[in-house]
Design a protein around this ligand. Sequence first.
Ligand SMILES: [Zn+2]
Length: 322
Amino acid sequence: MQKHVAARIATWQAVVSVPVSERIGTAPPYLVEYINLDNILNGFPERPRAAKVEADLLADVKAAIADLPAEIWNLPGQRLLGIYFVENLGGTGYTDYVLDRNAKPVAAYMVFDAAVLARTKANAWATWKESTPFKTGSGYVLDARIEADGDDNRKNAIQYILLHELGHVLSVGTNLHPPWNIAPRDVAGSATYPYSDLSWQIDRKANKYRSLFDARFPQRTSTVYYVGAKLPADAMVSTYANLGNTNFPSLYAATSPGDDFAEAFASYVHVVLMQRPWQIRISHNGDVVKVFKSCWGEPRCARKQELLRDLVERSSSVTGVR
Ligand SMILES: [Zn+2]
């Protein structure tokens, strides 16, 4: 896959000659092929196809971008190659590296499932996603709330989904966390990662990332999103109670160093910069039994919040981001 045309920067040279606002649309054939290979490799049953983007969906994507603080959308600079649409992606969004001649990540593209985005609203999408690690039953239900009722629309769902993928693009060419295209055991022992070192260590023998909190957070290794829930419904409360003793901004953040950063970036922009709600509520037989709130402003996430603030401020104070 690293030698596939979609993963080579030379392939994208013509694409980036137009402004990024014009690089939003149907995925090119080489990209569709690449994502099919990725799905096969990672056990996703879906076989993506190129999707036409309806005008109303495209308008919502552009409105979601336009509503972001300007400095946020400018953060990736030339590292963002484009925003592409497929159907049958498996999941909602996807970002992957494009490599230079030395196989070093130098840019990235985002891919979204047009059909999933077309039918979603912010709170329903967040509730669906955050419920996927848990089996159903035992009277337990999880609700996620990322927008007030009046703002609970498709455009705002797309904006939150976009922010997460933007977080992945922003990691390109940085040492925030180890690149996701190399195995944990191949990460140089001498390398330091100012963001992910706050939460992660490498188990080289098992070729896995382990969180620094695993001894006190046994549910983390059974947390699987989207495909095949492993946690029983009655583990919702204990899972979120333990999550509250970590510096992960969300449960999905606890699944990998890359998603830790992408989740933190999305929720930081959403909650701190845009002053929007973010809350997970667990109910049992109709009674609320646990509320998990955003960690920004709390001591447990203070160090990560400083890093995010620096990242946004540093980039907005210079011209010409590389
Ligand atoms: Zn992600």
